[in-house]
Write a protein that binds this ligand. Structure first.
Ligand code: C2E
Ligand code: MG
Ligand code: MG
Ligand code: MG
Length: 292
């Protein structure tokens, strides 16, 4: 038992060293990526209206093309950036770049531009006292209206944290909409609706996957649509992958959805092409997902 305990503690600290070393490596590369011009970029995934699938908004999603590792998922490097604090600078860049792109679509497509761009914001960013001010500055610099922007936060980011909730309230007071992302997967999803100002619930893919199952399986997605409606919030179904799911969600009362069924995240250029196509021929334009 003594031997076992010893080897376990060795293995444990080796894991810790591994993670620290991997964090340090990725962190150094990420710093390099932030300084270089072309490794980091944003993709934009349409958020569509049901049932027709026309584009209501887009969500900005960061990508990193690492010179040796290839495409690194944000699921991998965002936590590293959160741990080493780089997320503050990285998050500022994402916000600026997404707003700059949105302003360009407005110039190019007018009313045909997406009505909002969603930007994911980390817990760590909400803990920066100046963050609401940064949002106001970026809107002013890019000339966007506050309601062109949607800030996506997760439940864990604001859970049990007074200052973060105050920052969220300050951002909302600017006229920027707030979405609770991955709704239903955190620790205090419903409790949070009483303390944190929210305009949009993004219902997690986990619940969307079950909408075509039994009534019991679909019950959470059904209830979340009702809760959103009762509270005057908009609900977005995340991770919609099939026509059957889209149909069921519409029947349940969902009017906004996002997922591979409608579109994968696209480059700014490809998204611009989609907007141009939609604007050119509104009567015959077929949403990409329904076409394919
Ligand atoms: P999220 O904000 O919940 O974004 C939705 C994720 O689901 C995206 O993954 C998107 O590509 C993926 N997705 C969309 N539709 C489908 C579908 O039909 N099926 C499946 N399986 N997946 C779908 P992605 O881009 O890998 O981002 C993962 C997470 O990384 C995001 O989850 C968000 O939490 C975080 N993230 C991404 N960009 C940023 C950023 O700029 N800042 C911060 N702080 N976090 C970010
Ligand atoms: Mg999101
Ligand atoms: Mg989400
Ligand atoms: Mg998610």
């Amino acid at each position: 038992a003594k031997e076992q305990g010893k080897s376990r503690s060795v293995r444990y600290s080796a894991d810790m060293d591994d993670r620290a070393a991997e964090d340090a490596r990725l962190g150094a590369d990420l710093l390099q990526a932030m300084l270089s011009q072309d490794q980091l970029f944003l993709l934009y995934q349409p958020v569509v209206r049901l049932p027709h699938g026309d584009i209501a908004g887009v969500e900005a999603l960061i990508r990193w093309r690492h010179p040796e590792r290839g495409l690194v998922s944000p699921v991998e490097f965002i936590p590293v950036a959160e741990r080493n604090g780089m997320i503050v600078q990285l998050g500022d860049w994402v916000l600026r770049e997404a707003c700059r792109q949105m302003a360009e679509w407005r110039r190019l497509h007018g009313d045909g531009a997406p009505s909002r761009v969603g930007v994911n914001v980390s817990a760590r960013q909400l803990r920066e006292p100046a963050f609401a001010r940064t949002v106001a500055d970026v809107l002013a610099e890019t000339g966007l209206r506050p309601d062109d922007l949607l800030v996506e936060i997760t439940e864990t980011a604001v859970f049990d944290d007074g200052p973060a909730v105050e920052t969220v309230a300050a951002i909302q007071a600017l006229g920027v909409a707030i979405a609770l992302d991955d709704f239903g997967t955190g620790h205090s999803s419903l409790g949070l609706l009483r303390t944190c100002p929210v305009d949009v619930l993004k219902v997690d893919k986990l619940f969307v996957e079950e909408v075509t199952g039994t009534a019991e399986q679909a019950a959470i997605a059904t209830s979340l649509a009702q809760i959103a409606q009762a509270l005057g919030l908009r609900a977005v179904a995340e991770g919609v992958e099939t026509p059957a799911q889209a149909m069921r969600l519409y029947q349940m009362g969902y009017r906004l959805a996002q997922g591979y069924h409608f579109s994968r995240p696209l480059s700014a250029e490809d998204l611009g092409g989609l907007l141009a196509a939609e604007g050119r021929d509104p009567d015959t334009w077929e949403p990409p997902a329904l076409a394919g």
